[in-house]
Design a protein around this ligand. Structure first.
Ligand code: SF4
Length: 453
């Protein structure tokens, strides 16, 4: 629930003619504050108490929490909408793998390495998991600390979740990796909250909170907040898929629609504890991913499970307001020469990668001319007037392709055979060839065209 400027105005000092904040009136300053265009510190006349009140009102409804540091750090939370089409989802959930200190050394190494090494190149992006969840399953402090040290040795940039029942064991794990790694400590519960407050205050790493109900969870987060421990990640405790999904929805709704601060935190979920079969675990993880999970902990990383999950995540967490587009330019594929043909299409990312992959697979040297259609696909851009004989002709003339190849064949998408006449008028001297309707047809079409060239 976004704060209204009028709510902030009531808290302003209302000094006439002051302007020290850089705005002509307190009213103007309050309005700017509400839209994020000013900092509360710009007004020197607010008491500490009022400043805190204003900061509380301006705080995002779901607190952003960062796990780890550096380029691989995982930022979760800070979401603004229930549904992606309302705006966009901002911070994709982290996908982690559970590694227990009772696993054998080879298994530990395999799982931790897989977080970084199991990668999928998909529509120009590298998709992979994000973090390791290190679990003290042995109850042995030394064993757990050794696991944490080993994880850091294998990959010291990897964001970590340290998971133990005892606060002392968590602190031993924290010492093993160093506070500066900013791992997430899992978990504070009803049983250990007093000990957690006395021992974790001032530690300055994020902390996970687990309870058996949302009411109890709210009470715990409030108590931690009062104690100054604010970077929280919450676990509703449900380990049945439907219950867990419902909790995620209730938490998101409470934070965004009711402005209920005690549940205004990102969540951690455990599909690894909801199923004993990889397919069921994938189904649980997918359901939680689509419904707001902040962290998704898997029992293992296999290509069969991770690939569909990271593709689903990419699809949900791309901004629907921004089409997926690649740079409009001439791409040189398979080392084209000054007699290679030109294939023309749009800069919709999926179109580009489908066509480029097919051309590369044929091994036929070619130029791929990618026209700026604002990320729209072939037929959509044609119906929007962005991809026709006139725009394509203009693009080809300005692209510099005439200096790269003496071959005067341009292949246009088969779906747009209708623009051939217009394009011939725009590009005298070029032969306009109608290509396949689908990218898959390039595998037979292009070698045949090259044979004729
Ligand atoms: Fe009002 Fe503070 Fe700005 Fe002065 S500095 S005009 S008191 S908001």
């Amino acid at each position: 629930m976004a704060v209204k400027g009028t709510d902030l105005v009531k808290l302003m000092p209302k000094k006439t003619g002051c302007k020290e904040c850089g705005f002509p009136t307190c009213f103007a300053f309050a309005m700017k504050l509400a839209t994020g265009g000013a900092e509360v510190s710009a007004c020197p006349h607010l008491s500490d108490e009022v400043r805190e009140q204003v900061e509380e009102l301006l705080a995002p409804p779901i607190r952003p929490v960062t796990i780890g540091t550096g380029a691989k750090a995982l930022l979760i939370g800070d979401e603004e909408v229930m549904y992606r089409h309302e705006k966009t989802f901002f911070h994709q959930p982290g996908i982690g793998v559970l590694v227990a200190d009772t696993d054998d050394a080879k298994e530990i190494e395999r799982k931790i390495k897989a977080v970084e090494e199991m990668q999928f190149l998909w529509i120009g992006r590298t998709l992979q998991a994000d973090l390791a969840v290190l679990q003290c399953a042995s109850g042995d402090t030394g064993k757990f600390a050794a696991l944490v040290k080993r994880a850091v040795e294998i990959n010291d940039a990897l964001p970590l979740v340290l998971m133990a029942d005892s606060i002392d064991i968590l602190l031993a794990g924290l010492e093993a990796c160093g506070k500066d790694k900013k791992p997430l400590l899992y978990a504070v519960t009803e049983k250990n909250i007093d000990e957690a407050i006395s021992k974790l205050g001032g530690v300055e790493v994020p902390v996970a909170v687990k309870a058996e109900s949302l009411e109890k969870l709210s009470a715990l987060t409030e108590k931690l907040k009062e104690a100054g421990i604010q970077d929280l990640v919450i676990d509703s405790g449900s380990r049945k898929v439907w219950d867990a999904v419902q909790d995620q929805i209730l938490i998101r709704r409470a934070a965004l629609k009711q402005g209920f601060k005690p549940l205004g935190y990102p969540t951690i979920t455990f599909p690894c504890q909801m199923a004993d079969d990889p397919r069921k675990e994938l189904a649980a993880a997918s359901a939680l991913l689509t419904r707001y999970a902040g962290i998704i902990c898997l029992s293992d990383l296999s290509e069969d499970v991770l690939f569909p999950l990271v593709v689903l995540r990419m699809n949900i967490y791309t901004d629907p307001r921004v089409p997926m587009a690649v740079e409009a330019k001439i791409y040189e594929l398979n080392q084209p020469t000054d007699n290679s043909p030109v294939l023309l299409t749009t800069n919709f990312a999926l179109t580009y990668f489908s066509v480029a992959n097919e051309i590369e697979a044929t091994k036929v040297p070619a130029y791929l001319a990618i026209q700026d259609t604002e990320g729209l696909s072939v037929l959509t851009s044609w119906s929007a007037g962005k991809f026709n004989g006139e725009t394509a002709g203009e693009f080809i003339k300005k692209s510099g392709i005439e200096d790269k190849t003496k071959n005067r064949k341009i292949v246009i998408p088969g779906l747009l055979a209708r623009i051939r006449g217009e394009l011939e008028d725009e590009l005298p001297g070029w032969e306009i060839v109608i290509g396949p309707r689908e990218a898959a047809g390039i595998s037979s079409f292009l070698p045949e065209l090259a044979g004729k060239a």
